[in-house]
Design a protein around this ligand. Structure first.
Ligand code: MAN
Length: 546
């Protein structure tokens, strides 16, 4: 309450001015005694008790709610109101009343006995008003810049909406194109399959297939014979090592001798004697070598037959057929006559003829009545490539549209660019500050970095995560937008991942004022921005006056 308001109070109240010490202006009207004859009584504010008016502010706590002692420290948990005439009134806990200390909140010194604390409210009030004035001036100018941010958001909304609409059109055109190309690929593929079937009926291909079948049969028979030979060899080996020479059975002896000769084995009776006559062995070896078959050029050796025949039989004959076509030239297509005709025409009409021809061919191709002059396999892969490219472009257009939709949804989202989109203008704006051995940079809504001045690794200090997440902070309130958190930066050696908190306030420029590493790898940037310069309200302007 202004001091002159006291003049309006009834006389009996003025007389008991001390009773009103520490009472806030909104409660003054309730500190009035009730008169009954010469007695004056008063009721505690919670209505729990009626006491003598003289007991108010008598430094003894009577009321359970402590309201009888607004100007002393007698009741715990009560508040003392400093009038602070010339400045702004404020409360202090009553425990700080008459403790011999001058409270900065009580510039009038009313919490202490007269003469203890000087009344400095005039000077404090003037300084305060100057400060408020400067702050208001800053906000006034800053809010003009801020309003351009709001206008920017509106333009962005329009731009994004238009771009999304045109993206949607582009996507639908691309979808149709993809569908058309997919159909074309399917048709080309079936055409190409039919053409392949046709080519397969060529005598050369048929003969190749017959050769393949014969070779495969021979391979099977060959394998069978080899197995048979091995089995017979085992039988004869048993006979050779197990027969009784004393029986002089000539048929057995001849069979053994015959087998030994065929298999290149020494006679069983001579086994173990080779060491005594090394010369003989040497001559055997040279004989064996000289017996090596001399193969005609191109004829396969046993080795090759064993190891390469399977590969040969696994040949892709259809692939060969397509390759073969390329070597010998594609068969004449229904359109080929059109291509050869120009050679017979007078030079003057050739360009018009060629233009007409190309148009006609493309119509025929479109209608599926003609194949292009290149071969069908090449057509298929060309069509597939065109389809692949079209699908890729469609996906790109879809992704672009999704990005724009995401950006639009963030535009007026309180958790992103604010309810008025005031922060959108700053998305991606990079501001920096040199501090110590580093330049600290933050690209708003993106990432913060620590760049060493003397060379070395730049560390990410984190990516934009959220606005002020402290407990009790209301989403969308000015306090909410006073802090931004950037988290999950480069891991600190033996510590957490680096992170930054931007502590932001109204300023005419987007700037980093200072940087501090409050805890190891936890940084705080003091930042100013016009986005926080809210337009002045009537009460803000009033604060300048008193
Ligand atoms: C680097 C910088 C410092 C940080 C240390 C932690 O030197 O990122 O800010 O304190 O790493 O090891």
């Amino acid at each position: 309450m202004h001091p002159w308001l006291l003049l309006l109070l009834p006389l009996h109240v003025l007389a008991s001015k001390d009773r009103l010490l520490g009472v806030s202006p909104d409660l003054v009207a309730r500190y009035v005694p009730t008169k009954k004859g010469s007695a004056e009584t008063w009721q505690c504010l919670d209505g729990s008790k009626t006491i003598d008016w003289s007991s108010v502010n008598d430094d003894y706590c009577d009321c359970t709610d402590g309201t009888d002692e607004p100007g002393t420290s007698a009741c715990p948990d009560s508040r003392f109101y400093c009038v602070n005439a010339g400045h702004i009134g404020s409360y202090i806990p009553s425990t700080r009343v008459r403790d011999g200390l001058c409270e900065p909140e009580c510039c009038d010194g009313s919490d202490e006995p007269e003469g203890v604390c000087p009344n400095v409210c005039k000077q404090v009030g003037e300084e305060y008003r100057e400060r408020v004035k400067a702050e208001n001036k800053l906000r006034k100018t800053g809010s003009k810049i801020r309003s351009t941010y709001l206008a920017f958001a509106q333009k962005e909304k329009k731009r994004l909406e238009e771009e999304i609409a045109s993206s949607a059109q582009e996507i639908s055109a691309r979808e149709k194109e993809v569908a058309r190309l997919r159909d074309l690929v399917e048709r080309t593929e079936s055409l190409s399959a039919a053409a392949l079937e046709e080519k397969k009926s060529s005598p050369l291909y048929q003969s190749l297939i017959t050769h393949h079948a014969a070779l495969k049969s021979l391979q099977r028979e060959h394998k069978k014979h080899l197995e048979r030979e091995t089995a017979l060899g085992e039988i004869l080996d048993q006979l050779r090592t197990g027969y009784n020479p004393n029986y002089q059975d000539m048929a057995v002896l001849e069979a053994v001798r015959g087998w030994e000769q065929l298999a290149g084995l020494p006679h069983i009776n001579d086994v173990g004697k080779e060491d005594e006559n090394p010369d003989e062995l040497g001559s055997d070896e040279s004989e064996a070598a000289s017996e090596e078959e001399q193969l005609e050029e191109g004829i396969w050796s046993t080795e090759q037959l064993e190891h390469q025949l399977d590969d040969l039989l696994a040949t892709d004959y259809e692939g060969l057929l397509i390759e073969h076509d390329k070597h010998v030239g594609a068969p004449a297509s229904p359109t080929s006559i059109l291509f050869n005709l120009s050679a017979y025409l007078p030079d003057a009409v050739v360009p018009q003829y060629e233009a007409l021809r190309d148009q006609l061919v493309s119509w025929l191709e479109l209608l599926g009545l003609a194949q292009s002059k290149t071969d069908t396999a090449a057509d298929t892969s060309k069509a597939q490539k065109t389809l692949g490219d079209a699908e890729h472009n469609l996906n790109l257009a879809r992704r672009e549209k999704e990005d724009k939709e995401r950006e639009l949804s963030r535009l007026f989202d309180p958790e992103w660019y604010g309810p008025d989109g005031e922060w959108k203008k700053l998305a991606g704006t990079c501001i920096e500050k040199e501090s110590g051995d580093y330049v600290y940079e933050v690209c708003l809504f993106d990432e913060a970095r620590q760049k060493p001045l003397k060379g070395g690794q730049t560390f990410s200090l984190g990516k934009f995560a959220e606005w002020n997440n402290a407990e009790g902070i209301e989403k969308g309130s000015p306090a909410y937008y006073s802090k931004q958190h950037y988290t999950r930066g480069a891991k600190c050696w033996n510590g957490p991942q680096r992170s930054v908190t931007l502590d932001m306030s109204c300023g005419l420029e987007n700037a980093v004022l200072s940087v501090a590493e409050l805890e190891k790898c936890e940084y705080e940037f003091k930042v100013t921005t016009p986005a926080l310069c809210l337009p002045l309200s009537a009460s803000d302007i009033k604060r300048e006056e008193l």
